[in-house]
Design a protein around this ligand. Structure first.
Ligand code: ATP
Length: 427
């Protein structure tokens, strides 16, 4: 790209979008000069610049606009063909359901707004659709709860979590979700495949907790849930998707792109969830496939942001050395489980996927991401959500000391720590 091209202006007509792939470390500045435009449902302020790095974004306009772009996106083009009108139709239907829920008799089941789940293969645009629906709902005055079950990426907090946050303002284009007090359960792995039983158990707990919260706030209840899922949709992954639909009592299932998954869900949910609406939606041509390396580096970037913040809102992580005796590290489950069919006849696998195992400090824990549980006794660990995360920087087994990095200085908010298979190589 020439220097001249590093500064460009684009005139978009109604319902066109400018797609930009902005590599990490090479900030691209977008400025709306005329008209109206939004980035995944968050409005761009006219005359104000936003700086995007390490993201693939689309500047969409309903009525036409002019945008200037500074910097060197690796890809940039204008697309005419987008599924935004069909996505907006879904949003309008959801809003009608929210209105009906808000008018229902207090305390009745009808007070509960739509519980929407987005399912589909990897990179089909699930997270983006959730973000669009969430932003549009907020802009219409609702406070939907965004639930992220995509343990492979993590939009609310670090990867490996099942988490939820009420959306009160549109997602920040530069910073992503700003979640002050998210509800987080730590699964500890980047794929539900690592421990499907634990994944189901945590999904049940998160759903129960959200139901209890909704009872106390009618507006939150009427606004409903928007649930993002993982891209594993075959075999056991499909069974887990069905479990999610049932446990969160989803009444709207949005299927991205896949006819097979759509047909399968229609068939299977007919009897168990007869009132659930299942819709198939087209994938955006802008949703780009990410290879394994790119996914790993996106995970790493999320962990880095958890500890160090973003360029606009930097954090000052603090490293502290703690007596190992003052901490207790637990793992849930005991590694990959041998199927009963692989065992001698009559034998039953003793590996319990929900078994709580107390681990002594060891060098194996170096660079592991540990969650600080809200539990006050070990038997509460399985049921407790987590307060935050630390990264293990050093383990001195001889002196019984563990050095950890936390996003802020001060004592850890709990002594029970959960470890999974997630590690990070950040300093
Ligand atoms: P995963 O399976 O990893 O959860 P996903 O199905 O949630 O993926 P997204 O993360 O929504 O898919 O989209 C994949 C990538 O494509 C993301 O980087 C996203 O920013 C980008 N993307 C989605 N829609 C568009 C668009 N219209 N224009 C440009 N980029 C887009």
């Amino acid at each position: 790209m020439t220097a001249q091209e590093a500064n460009a202006s684009f005139t978009l007509t109604a319902r066109q979008e400018l797609r930009l792939e902005c590599p990490n470390g090479k900030p691209v500045t977008i400025r709306l000069e005329e008209g109206t435009a939004e980035v995944f449902g968050t409005e761009l302020g006219r005359g104000r610049s936003v700086c995007v790095t390490g993201q693939k974004v689309a500047v969409f306009t309903w009525d036409g606009c002019r945008v200037s772009v500074q910097g060197e996106p690796s890809v940039r083009y204008v697309a005419d063909d987008t599924p935004m009108t069909s996505y907006l139709n879904v949003h309008q239907t959801l809003n009608q359901r929210r209105e009906e829920a808000a008018k229902a008799a207090p305390g009745s089941a009808a007070c509960r707004g739509p519980a929407v789940v987005v399912v589909g293969p990897t990179d089909s645009g699930k997270s983006t659709l959730c973000r669009l629906l969430g932003n549009w709902a907020v802009r219409s005055g609702w406070q939907p709860t965004f639930v992220d079950l995509d343990v492979g990426q993590g939009t609310i907090t670090v990867p490996g979590c099942l988490s939820a946050v009420p959306l009160e303002v549109p997602v920040d284009i530069e910073e992503g979700f700003i979640a002050d007090l998210p509800i987080v359960f730590y699964f500890g792995h980047s794929s539900p495949m690592e421990n499907p039983t634990l994944f189901k158990a945590l999904a049940d707990k998160l759903s129960a907790l959200l139901q209890r919260r909704a009872v106390t706030d009618p507006r939150v209840a009427a606004s409903g849930l928007i649930i993002n899922t993982f891209g594993w949709v075959d075999g056991l992954g499909y069974e887990l998707q069905k479990h999610v639909i049932q446990t969160f009592q989803c009444d709207v299932v949005l299927v991205m792109e896949q006819d097979r998954l759509y047909a399968q869900l229609q068939q299977d949910l007919k009897a168990s969830c007869p009132r659930t609406t299942i819709l198939k939606l087209a994938k955006s041509g802008g949703a780009v496939k990410r290879e394994g390396d790119e996914r790993r580096s996106a995970r790493e970037q999320r962990v880095r942001e958890y500890f160090y913040g973003t360029p606009r809102t930097p954090l000052q992580p603090a490293t502290q050395t703690i007596r190992a005796a003052d901490l207790a590290v637990y793992r849930i489950g005991s590694g990959p489980r041998a199927p009963n069919t692989a065992l001698p006849l009559g034998a039953v696998s003793l590996a319990d996927p929900l078994r709580l195992q107390n681990l002594p400090p060891s060098l194996e824990q170096l660079q592991c991401l540990l969650a600080v549980s809200h539990a006050s006794t070990p038997d509460q660990i399985l049921n407790a959500n987590v307060a935050g995360f630390v990264l293990v920087k050093d383990v001195d087994t001889a002196r019984g000391l563990v050095t950890v990095t936390a996003p802020a200085a001060g004592p850890l908010p709990g002594r029970y720590l959960l470890v999974g298979s997630l590690r990070s190589s950040i300093d």
